[in-house]
Design a protein around this ligand. Structure first.
Ligand code: SF4
Length: 887
């Protein structure tokens, strides 16, 4: 600590700038160009202070604090200068804006210095830009602090805002004719930073300032951004990023920041419904749950407990997923319980568990800043995990080396030192070739191999034949580029991998993850900062849903059922079912064959999400009971549901989520439940009672459930709610004195002191291209939409990204005579879908990309039945198709 004198008082402050010291002491001065997320520039000079020994006042934001420093923040000279500066800024500022939004930092400063009445300017119509669905622009309120420019450049890395002209003529404009037509990605960072009303959330202007703020965790992707929700009169008026959020550090993406109006969407269903001949009818909770209980009992008595299945949800909290699997096992008597991890990162969990003993990210998002080389494999992170994507982009802009493995030329690929573009479905040969180069060129980490790795010689013998030339033929990549990537990854460490569904949603998904781990083991890039193998988990709580036990063969803590049966039976006071459970894909198969009679799915649109929409429909049609628990009548409910149970959104309930870096974070209600909707945990507790099994489900709060989770999950025992208040904690965290674990496998591995390299052979994808089906279709998601679109489709995000469309290489479009926007039919051996086509530079001829966001397109009708043999995760990334114009 430094001893200083501030305004005549002796103080002790941490090293930093003078402004940081003042803020830590609660001393407020204007600082209009300052933002803690940005490097200080001292441009506006409103934070000037006097420092003893300095001739002139200095900017507090750029002046380092020093031992013995004497600082005066409000001397007459400083105050006079500040007043002059503020008066100058006020001279053309719209007076009406100051009165309308008194809380803006600039407006506060004007009032404090008695200058509010000196703002005599007016709104200039030519400075208005009303094009963007979320962001209102009125540059007559711009004071040229450049915070918008700097935060867009330095945090998001988008470079949207540009400065034109100089002096009094200075204008700040987006890089397009309007903000809507610019390269803006709607992260809202410029709005957060703007100290005036020049950039503002439209919702805030329309609905008024928040009356209350609630800190919670984003309910979209697995980054787990912490955010503050501002509410007024029962509505969300704005969402702001938490500066303390460990995974987002004051940043959000368009979904977390703006896509919240689904909560009050007009078609939100807030009462229980029962299907009768002629359609749905309203029911009471008792009636709906009574109906379910009676039907389940009947089916169970007639056909046995294993004719029933339960699907937990990545959208629901840990507590709710814990209860879902407990209810399935203890009340319904079946291990038929699963969640949507099955269709995304189950191969990551399986591959990492097999190789290292823990089926989760080895490192943390903050390791992005510690890595000297980043290997991004099969992940379009700037669209699918935008906040981490922005961190990776910033790291690359600061000089970290970037290797991208992706068939498409993604945004990160454009920043990459090496971009490897394997033919879809050939990741294993590519990764094996990288390993071959590392071994052949002696780039392994010998000490790490000697001390921590087994099967080295066996692996070396196996990998010898996987030359870059051999892989290059299979993958259609340049052998020299493979060598370059391998050398970079192995020699310019620490090297960190992040991977996405481009690696896992393949028939080789688990083996691909294992091949990634091989690379990390060979080079010693495990167990330290800036290293590791890190799946970017798709949904907010998909890690948690599976970890809580929504997996047929795993119990809470992701532990094998048979090994831990006795412990859980003792904890739950009930026997566990002995029949091995079915996973989601097996349940669909069993339903189609008439062996599964009832399915209870919450927060998961089975029909829209599963591959082979027609076979999924056939399966669901045969069910005698389909319970859908959701916010809306999703496609599954609309088509085939028997009972609809209205659930709360994550803005209306408490609990925890587990993000992709193993961090358990608090979810807090900012609104009361809409209508008669209930949190999923409460629905499950009521259901257990209706099924005559109140024991073990008498919870009155999520915290009570969580405390039970902590009792059965030793590695999470230290994660008490009280300890999660600020930013959450990462497991393992075995006791309440434990600080949580940022990096796994620092000494030994979860499976023992040594891990083994594995031979990963290559099994080609069954979807071969042919004359009839000459294209390979890959599916995924885009920036503004989220999975089945249940939430984002009910927000203005649809104005930013309307529907699904097919990306096609311009050369292919030209060859087929298709103009941009032409409607095309995509036909595979399994089904077809119709959607508009757009030319996309990022694709190679012969490869196509689209999304699965809308029921209108139902692209999953095209996807085949091929699965990863270890996890049954469907192959969404390689489908042979042809494309025909729809006349
Ligand atoms: Fe939410 Fe993910 Fe966006 Fe963060 S990056 S705001 S968690 S969707």
């Amino acid at each position: 600590m430094l001893r200083v004198i501030i305004d005549g008082q002796a103080r002790e402050c941490a090293p930093g700038t003078v402004l940081e010291a003042l803020e830590s002491l609660g001393i407020s001065i204007p600082a209009l160009c300052d933002d803690t997320r940005l490097t200080p520039v001292g441009a506006c000079r409103t934070c000037i202070v006097e420092v003893e020994g300095c001739e002139r006042p200095v900017a507090a934001c750029t002046t380092p604090l020093a031992e013995g420093m004497m600082v005066r923040t409000r001397s007459p000279q400083v105050e006079a200068r500040r007043r002059v500066l503020l008066r100058l800024l006020a001279s053309e500022y719209p007076a009406e804006a100051v009165a309308r939004h008194p809380d803006k930092p600039f407006h506060r400063a004007l009032r404090e210095y008695g200058l509010a009445d000196e703002a005599l300017g007016t709104h200039r119509p030519e400075s208005l830009d009303d094009s963007h669905p979320y962001i209102h622009v009125d540059m007559s309120q711009c004071i040229h602090c450049y915070r918008c420019v700097r935060i867009c450049d330095d945090v998001q890395g988008q470079f949207v805002w540009r400065v034109w002209d100089r002096g009094a003529a200075t204008r700040i404009l987006p890089d397009g004719p309007s903000l809507r037509e610019s390269s803006c990605v709607s992260c809202g960072a410029c709005v957060d930073s703007c100290p005036t009303g020049a950039l503002e959330d439209r919702t805030l202007l329309d609905r008024g300032s928040p009356e209350a703020w609630t800190r919670t965790t984003c309910s979209y992707c697995g980054v787990g951004c912490e955010m503050d929700v501002g509410t007024r009169e029962g509505r969300i008026v704005t969402v702001r990023p938490s500066r303390e959020g460990p995974s987002n550090r004051g940043h959000l993406c368009s979904k977390g920041r703006y896509a919240f109006d689904f909560v009050t969407a007009p078609d939100r269903v807030t009462v229980p419904l029962l299907r009768e001949a002629g359609g749905w009818r309203r029911a009471s909770w008792d009636e709906a749950l009574g109906f379910i209980a009676e039907r389940l009992r009947r089916l169970r008595d007639a056909h046995g407990p294993d004719t029933v299945g339960m699907l937990g949800s990545a959208r629901a909290t840990n507590e709710e997923n814990y209860l879902a699997q407990k209810l399935a096992r203890v009340v319904l008597g079946t291990n038929n319980v699963d969640c949507c991890a099955r269709v995304c990162h189950a191969p990551s969990a399986a591959g990492l568990k097999r190789m290292l003993g823990t089926g989760a990210s080895t490192n943390s998002f903050e390791d992005v800043e510690h890595a000297r080389t980043l290997l991004v494999a099969g992940s379009n992170a700037t669209e699918c995990h935008p906040v981490v994507g922005a961190r990776i982009k910033q790291a690359a802009l600061r000089g970290a080396k970037l290797i991208v493995i992706d068939s498409r030329r993604t945004e990160l690929a454009r920043h990459a030192d090496v971009h490897l573009r394997p033919r879809p479905g050939t990741d294993v040969p590519l990764l094996n070739a990288l390993a071959q180069v590392i071994v052949a060129e002696g780039l392994c980490a010998p000490d790490f191999l000697r001390e921590r790795v087994d099967a080295v010689e066996d692996f070396q013998a196996f990998i010898r034949d996987w030359t870059p030339e051999r892989a290059a033929r299979l993958c259609e990549v340049d052998a020299e580029e493979l060598r370059k990537a391998a050398r970079l990854y192995a020699t310019h460490g620490p090297s960190m991998m992040v991977h996405g569904l481009g690696m896992t949603e393949h028939v080789q998904g688990t083996e691909t993850v294992m091949a990634l781990v091989n690379l990390a083991l060979l080079t010693g890039n495990l167990g330290g900062p800036g290293m590791g193998v890190n799946p970017l988990r798709g949904q907010n709580n998909v890690q948690g849903a599976a970890h809580m036990g929504c997996e047929p063969g795993q119990l809470t803590g992701y532990v094998p059922l048979e090994e831990h049966r006795t412990r859980f039976e003792a904890a739950w006071g009930a026997p566990l079912p002995s029949t091995p459970g079915l996973d989601l894909m097996q349940m669909m198969e069993a339903a189609r064959g008439g062996r599964l009679k009832a399915l209870w799915a919450f927060g998961y649109d089975v029909l829209l999400t599963n591959p082979g929409a027609h076979t999924t429909r056939q399966a669901l049609e045969r069910l005698e009971l389909l319970v859908v628990q959701d916010l809306f009548l999703n496609e599954t409910a609309k088509a085939l549901g028997h009972v609809f149970l209205p659930a709360c959104t994550s803005f209306e309930k408490d609990g925890t989520f587990m993000n992709g870096e193993r961090r358990v974070q608090r979810v807090r209600a900012s609104l009361p439940p809409a209508g008669e909707s209930l949190p999923d945990w409460e629905i499950l507790c009521r259901a257990a009672r209706a099924l005559g099994h109140p024991e073990g489900f008498a919870f009155t709060s999520p915290e009570g459930i969580w405390d039970e989770v902590r009792r059965v999950w030793p590695m999470g025992a230290g994660l008490a709610y009280a300890r999660l208040e600020h930013g959450g904690l990462q497991w393992p965290c075995p006791d309440e004195a434990h600080p949580g674990t940022r990096v796994l496998h620092t000494h030994g591995f979860a499976l023992g002191p040594r891990a083994a390299l594995r031979r990963i052979g290559y099994t080609p994808s069954p979807e071969a291209r042919s004359e009839d089906y000459p294209f390979v279709l890959m599916t995924g998601r885009r920036l503004y939409a989220f999975n089945a679109g249940t939430m984002t489709s009910r927000t203005p995000n649809v104005r930013l990204q309307p529907g699904d469309w097919l990306d096609m290489a311009p050369a292919d479009a030209q060859r087929l005579g298709l103009e941009d926007g032409a409607r095309v039919r995509v036909r595979s051996r399994h089904g077809q879908a119709v959607l508009p086509m757009h030319r996309a530079e990022g694709l190679r001829p012969g490869e196509l990309f689209t999304t699965f966001h809308t029921a209108e397109t139902l692209i999953n009708a095209v996807i085949g039945p091929h699965q990863d043999p270890y996890t049954h995760t469907p192959d969404y990334k390689v489908t042979a198709v042809r494309v025909e114009r729809v006349e």
